[in-house]
Design a protein around this ligand. Sequence first.
Ligand code: MN
Length: 161
Amino acid sequence: MKTIIKISTLFLTIIIFACTNKQSEKAMIHKTELAFPKGDQITNNNFTGTAWLQMLVSNDSIYTTSIGNVTFEPGARTNWHKHPGGQILLVTEGTGYYQEKGKPAQQLHKGDVVKIPPDTEHWHGAAHNNGLTHIAISPNTDKGSVVWLQPVTDEEYNNIK
Ligand code: MN
């Protein structure tokens, strides 16, 4: 009897070890699966909450385009702002929102593409309970760089339906 208990305990230990090991292996694979780095935490006042930026393409006179990978933690968002040359967002991870002034906020999901017309006041950011990662393509930089405006208030953010 004692031997049976000992053997079953041993098996249980092996199974638990195998499962735990598999989980940490999964976590490691997920980490290396990131297509682009998360970059550095954004410390300026143009964002609310915690967001990260990795520049992928710096603006120059040949391409007149800047491209950045932006990661928002839950609740984080940009201020209201506009792009003189427009902007395109490619959502690569998570869920969030895009809103143009005077219009309802749109939900964003992985795989969404958002075309933001030039000089259109808007903001983008994470959902309340989920983070968001998008690639932000800002073309036509010869028309001017981003114009930052007021923060998206908690009232505005929490009233999203
Ligand atoms: Mn924008």
